[in-house]
Design a protein around this ligand. Structure first.
Ligand code: SF4
Length: 899
C-alpha cells in the first residue's frame, strides 16, 4: 500500500515495549515524516530519538527481496514447497519434536498466532520459542508463580501517579525513553515524588533519581528480601490483604529473615545507611511502583528476583490500586503479544496452560485438532543445543538473529551450519543467521505490515501499512499459512488477512473462559475488516461479556483497569502466592581475577542495528562499540582512555574501545550488545557469555558472565572518513558507522602497508581521478592522507601510534563542503577546523545534531539549565532522550569553573 502525498497514517513504533503511537506522513520528495501521536495513550505525542528517526530507516538497502534456495533466487512456490517438504519429511521420519521454530518479539500478534497454531496445534510439538526468552521470560515465570497467570497488574499512569517509583535493573532513560520522560515530567510537576534507581551502573536514568543504589550484580534478591523483613518489623504489613488474598507468607518471611542487615549490606554492596534510607522510604510511601527490566530478568536467578519484588508488593497490598504495583517493562515491541498467543515453548495460546490437561483439550476443541502439544517444548538455550547436537532436523528462524544475539553465539552459529535444514524469514538476507539459511524467505517490515502489537501496559494497538511492499517480500503470517496448507492443514489456515487472524485470536481468548483466564479480548471476536482498520488502542481485558472479569479488574475513577486490588488471582483458590526466595551465597564478583560482564543497550540503537545502523543521526551518538571500565580497574590493567581492550570470556574474545568512567562499579564491565559483523570486525559480545540460564524461566544470564581484560596495542590506530564503505581487508580491528555522506571508521593495523596511498585506494576502490594529498612523520608515527574529486573530499585517513585525536564530526561534515583552496585541503590533513570554523564535537543531541562543544559553549555563555541550553541551540528540545547527558555536561562545566 502506498499512501498519497500528505496523507497521514496512524501506526506504532516498532522498537521498544513502550509502544508509542506515531503519525506518518508521506512528503513530496518521497520521504516520510514521523511524529508522535498525541492521541495514543502510551506516549501522548512524545517520541524518543529512535522513534523520531524512523523515517531514516525505511529504505530497501540490504533488504532480501526474493525467496532463495541455497542463495539462488526462486519462486515463492518453489521455496514454500521446499520448506514444507523438509519439515514434512523430518516429522515423518523423526517425529514432531524433530522440528522447531525460533520466532521473535518483532513479529506482529497475527504472525505469532499463526506460528504458534501451526507448531503447537497441527505439527503437534511445543518446539516454538522466541527471542523474548532472552528478554522477559523471568518476568513471565515470576508472574505465573505469584499470580497464577502472566499478568501485568498496572498501567503507565501508575508510574506518574506513584509517590515513589523504583527502577530496578532498568536504564529507562535509554531503553524505555518515553516512559522515562513521563516520569520525569510528573516529578517536575509534583516535587514530593521520589525516584530510586537500583543498578550497578550510574546510568543516565539516575538523572532523575533521588537515590541511586549501586547494587552488586545479582544482589537484588538480598535487597528485596531485606525489604520484606523490614516491612514486617516496621508494621507496614497489610495483614488483611495478606490473609484474604495470599498464601505462603510465613515461608517467605522466614526465608527473608535469614540474613542480618549486615549480611544484606555485604551481599548488595550497599551501606547500612543506604539500606536504612531505602527501606524507610518504601515503608512510609503508600503509592509505590517497582519497575523492572533486563537487569532483573537476564540473570540465572531472574525469576527469584521478580518474586522478591512481588512479595514486597503483596505484603503491603500495594498492587492494583492507583499508583501502585510491580511493573515488568518489556523490551520488544510485541513481547506481550507473543505471550498472549503462547509464543514461549512452555505456554499455550490465550494464556492457556500447557501443563493443564483440560486446557490442552480446550484448545483442541477450539482449533478442531487432536494434536495440541501436551508437554513443554525446548526453550531457546535448549533448542539451540538440540540444533547443535542434531536432534532438530528442520529449523525455521523468523525475524531474529540468534547467531548474533544468543549467549555463546558462535556455538549457535556452528549448530546452524550442522542443522540439516534451516529456513530464515527476515527483512534482511545478510544477517549472521540468514547467511546460513538453506531457504531464505523475504519478510515485509515496518511500514509495510498490517497487524497488532501489545505494549507493556497490556495495550493493543494497530500497526498499519503505509509503504508499498518491495520486491516479492510477503507477511510472515502468509508464509506460515502457505506452509501449513502444504503440510495438509488447509482448512485450519484459511485466512484472507490479518483481520481474520485477529478475530480468531480474540475468539479463542473468550472461549470457555468464564473468568478463568486474565487474557480476554473476546469483545473483538466478531471484528470485521472495517473495524479492524479503524481499531483504536485498547487495554485488555476486553471481554465479550462485560461482567466476566468483575472479580479481578478494578475500573477506578481514572477510567483505567487494574488487576488484583481486591485479589482474584488466577490460581485455583484465587489467592496469590508468596514465593520464598533464597539469597545466593556469593556474588559473581567473588570469583577472583574476573570481571562481571554486563551486556546492554545504548540510547540510539536497537538490537543488532539492522535498522538503526542505517540512520546517520542514530549512528552519531556512539559510533563505535566500547567497554565501560572503572578508572581504577583500568589503571590496574595499564589501560588508558580510548585504548583498545580485549575482553575475553569462556567462549572467545572481542576487541573494544575503552571508556573509562566511575559510573561503572569496580569489578564490573559494561558492553553494548548491538554491534554485529556488519558494523564491526570483532565486537559480537554475546559470543562471550556461557549459556547459563535461570532454572525456572530458561532466560540466559546475559548480564552476569565472567570476563577478563587486557590492553591491545596495535601497530597503528586509524580513523577514516570516506564516501565509500571500506573493505576492511587485512584490518585487525574495525568498527564503522553511517554518516550523511558515507562512513566513519575506526581501525587498527598490525601489518603496515608499504604504500598508504595504494592501501587507501584499494580499501575504498577509489576512482583513479581522485587527487591525493599526504603527509607523514616517521618520528611521531603520524600519517595523514586525503583524497579529493572534483573539488570535494572523497576520503581522509588519520594514522597514529596512539588512539587518533582529531575532530571527527568536523571531518565528517567536510563532505558537504566545496574544498577548493590549498588551505582548505591542508586543513583536512590537520584533522580539525581552523580558527574561523567551529568544531561541534561528539554528538549529544541526535535530533538536532548538536555536539558537546556547542553545549559547553552555551554553558560558558551563561546557559546553566537544560532549558537554557535548548533555547540557545535546540539541544534536547525534540525527543528529550539527551537531556540527562546535557545536564551532566552542564554540571561538569560548572564544577570545572568553580575549581
Ligand atoms: Fe519507540 Fe522510543 Fe517509544 Fe520505545 S520509547 S516505542 S523506541 S518511540
Amino acid at each position: 500500500m502506498m499512501r498519497e502525498v500528505g496523507e497521514t497514517t496512524r501506526t506504532v513504533c516498532p522498537y521498544c515495549g513502550v509502544g508509542c503511537g506515531v503519525l506518518v506522513t508521506r512528503e513530496e520528495d518521497g520521504a516520510v515524516s514521523v511524529k508522535g501521536d498525541p492521541e495514543h495513550p502510551a506516549n501522548l505525542g512524545r517520541l524518543c530519538s529512535k522513534g523520531s528517526a524512523l523515517g531514516d530507516t525505511i529504505g530497501v538497502e540490504g533488504r532480501g527481496l526474493y525467496p532463495q534456495i541455497a542463495g539462488e533466487q526462486v519462486s515463492w512456490d518453489a521455496a514454500l514447497g521446499k520448506v514444507a517438504d523438509a519439515f514434512g519429511r523430518a516429522i515423518a521420519e523423526h517425529g514432531p519434536d524433530s522440528v522447531a521454530f525460533y520466532v521473535s518479539g518483532q513479529l506482529l500478534t497475527e504472525d505469532y498466532y499463526i506460528a504458534n497454531k501451526l507448531m503447537k496445534g497441527f505439527i503437534g510439538s511445543a518446539n516454538i520459542d522466541t527471542n523474548s526468552r532472552l528478554c522477559m521470560s523471568s518476568s513471565v515465570a515470576g508472574h505465573i508463580r505469584a499470580f497464577g497467570a502472566d499478568t501485568v497488574p498496572g498501567t503507565y499512569e501508575d508510574l506518574e501517579k506513584a509517590d515513589l517509583v523504583i527502577l530496578t535493573g532498568s536504564n529507562m532513560a535509554w531503553c524505555h525513553p518515553v516512559l522515562y520522560q513521563r516520569i520525569a515530567a510528573a516529578k517536575e510537576k509534583r516535587k514530593s515524588m521520589r525516584v530510586v534507581v537500583v543498578d550497578p551502573r550510574r546510568t543516565a536514568t539516575c538523572d532523575i533519581a533521588d537515590m541511586h543504589l549501586a547494587v552488586r550484580p545479582d544482589g537484588d534478591v538480598a535487597l528485596f528480601n531485606g525489604l520484606l523483613a523490614h516491612l514486617v518489623e516496621s508494621g507496614a504489613l497489610d495483614a488483611e490483604y495478606v490473609r484474604n488474598h495470599t498464601k505462603g507468607f510465613p515461608e517467605s518471611i522466614a526465608e527473608a529473615r535469614k540474613l542480618t542487615r549486615a549480611q544484606i549490606a555485604e551481599r548488595t554492596g550497599l551501606s547500612m545507611l543506604q539500606l536504612e534510607a531505602f527501606y524507610a522510604l518504601f515503608t512510609r510511601t503508600e503509592k509505590v511502583v517497582t519497575c523492572y527490566s533486563q537487569g532483573v530478568n537476564q540473570s540465572a536467578m531472574g525469576t527469584d528476583k521478580v518474586n522478591a519484588i512481588i512479595n514486597c508488593h503483596l505484603a503491603t497490598g500495594r498492587i492494583g490500586k492507583v499508583g501502585t504495583g510491580p511493573f515488568s517493562l518489556t523490551g520488544q515491541p510485541n513481547a506481550m503479544g507473543g505471550r498472549e498467543v503462547g509464543g514461549l515453548a512452555n505456554m499455550l495460546a490465550a494464556h492457556l496452560s500447557i501443563d493443564n490437561t483440560e486446557h490442552v483439550e480446550k484448545l483442541g476443541r477450539f482449533w478442531n485438532t487432536q494434536k495440541v502439544a501436551a508437554k513443554p517444548g525446548l526453550k531457546a538455550v535448549d533448542l539451540f543445543n538440540a540444533v547443535a547436537d542434531g536432534r532438530i532436523k528442520a529449523l525455521w528462524v523468523m525475524s531474529t538473529n540468534p547467531a548474533m544475539s544468543m549467549p555463546d553465539a558462535n556455538k549457535v552459529s556452528d549448530g546452524l551450519k550442522n542443522c540439516p535444514f534451516v529456513v530464515v524469514s527476515d527483512m534482511f538476507a545478510n544477517t549472521e543467521t540468514a547467511l546460513q539459511a538453506d531457504v531464505f524467505l523475504p519478510a515485509i517490515g515496518w511500514g509495510e505490515k498490517n497487524g497488532t502489537v501489545t505494549n507493556s501496559e497490556r495495550r493493543i494497538s494497530r500497526q498499519r501499512a503505509f509503504l508499498p511492499v518491495p520486491g516479492e517480500a510477503r507477511p510472515d503470517w502468509w508464509q506460515l499459512t502457505e506452509v501449513g496448507r502444504r503440510l495438509g492443514f488447509a482448512s485450519a489456515f484459511d485466512f484472507a488477512g490479518p483481520a481474520e487472524v485477529f478475530a480468531e485470536h480474540a475468539a479463542l481468548s473468550g472461549f470457555e473462559n468464564e473468568d478463568e483466564r486474565d487474557f480476554d479480548i473476546s469483545a473483538h471476536a466478531e471484528i470485521n475488516q472495517a473495524s479492524y482498520d479503524d481499531l483504536s488502542p485498547f487495554q485488555w481485558p476486553a471481554p465479550g461479556d462485560a461482567e466476566s472479569t468483575r472479580q479481578v479488574v478494578s475500573a477506578t475513577a481514572d477510567g483505567q483497569q487494574r488487576f488484583f486490588a481486591d485479589g482474584g488471582f488466577y490460581t485455583a483458590d484465587r489467592k496469590a502466592r508468596f514465593v520464598a526466595v533464597t539469597t545466593q551465597e556469593k556474588a559473581p564478583t567473588d570469583d577472583a581475577g574476573f570481571f562481571v560482564l554486563n551486556t546492554g543497550r545504548v540510547r540510539d540503537h536497537w538490537h543488532t542495528m539492522t535498522r538503526t545502523g542505517r540512520s546517520a543521526k542514530l549512528s552519531s551518538h556512539l559510533a563505535e562499540p566500547f567497554v565501560e571500565i572503572h578508572p581504577a580497574d583500568a589503571a590496574d590493567h595499564n589501560i588508558e582512555s580510548a585504548d583498545l581492550v580485549r575482553v575475553s570470556g569462556q567462549n572467545g574474545s572481542v576487541v573494544l574501545r575503552a571508556l573509562l568512567t566511575d559510573r561503572q562499579l569496580r569489578g564490573s564491565l559494561f558492553v553494548p550488545m548491538h554491534w554485529s559483523g556488519e558494523f564491526s570486525g570483532n565486537a559480537r559480545v554475546d559470543t562471550l557469555p556461557t549459556a547459563l540460564a535461570d532454572p525456572h524461566s530458561g532466560q540466559p544470564a546475559l548480564k552476569q558472565s565472567l570476563a577478563s581484560i587486557s590492553v591491545y596495542k596495535p601497530a597503528k590506530f586509524m580513523f577514516l572518513a570516506s564516501r565509500l564503505r571500506p573493505k576492511f581487508e587485512g584490518v585487525t580491528y574495525w568498527a564503522t558507522a553511517k554518516t550523511k555522506a558515507g562512513w566513519r571508521s575506526e581501525m587498527a593495523l598490525d601489518n603496515l602497508p608499504i604504500d598508504w596511498e595504494v592501501w587507501c585506494r584499494d580499501q575504498l576502490g577509489l576512482d583513479d581521478d581522485c587527487e591525493e594529498l599526504g603527509y607523514g612523520d616517521q618520528t611521531s608515527g603520524i600519517r595523514r592522507q586525503a583524497f579529493f574529486l572534483n573539488g570535494q573530499l572523497e576520503a581522509a585517513l588519520y594514522v597514529a601510534n596512539t588512539p587518533v585525536a582529531v575532530s571527527r564530526n568536523w571531518i565528517v561534515s567536510q563532505f558537504d563542503t566545496d574544498i577548493a583552496s590549498p588551505r582548505q585541503r591542508t586543513g583536512i590533513l590537520a584533522g580539525r577546523p581552523g580558527a574561523d570554523q567551529k568544531d561541534p564535537g561528539a554528538t549529544v543531541c541526535a535530533c538536532f545534531e548538536v555536539g558537546i562543544n556547542q553545549i559547553t559553549d552555551a554553558v560558558r555563555s551563561g546557559c546553566h539549565s537544560v532549558a537554557a541550553v535548548g533555547a540557545a541551540n535546540n539541544a534536547g528540545t525534540n525527543c528529550g532522550s539527551c537531556r540527562a547527558e546535557i545536564r551532566r555536561i552542564i554540571d561538569d562545566c560548572l564544577i570545572v569553573a568553580a575549581e
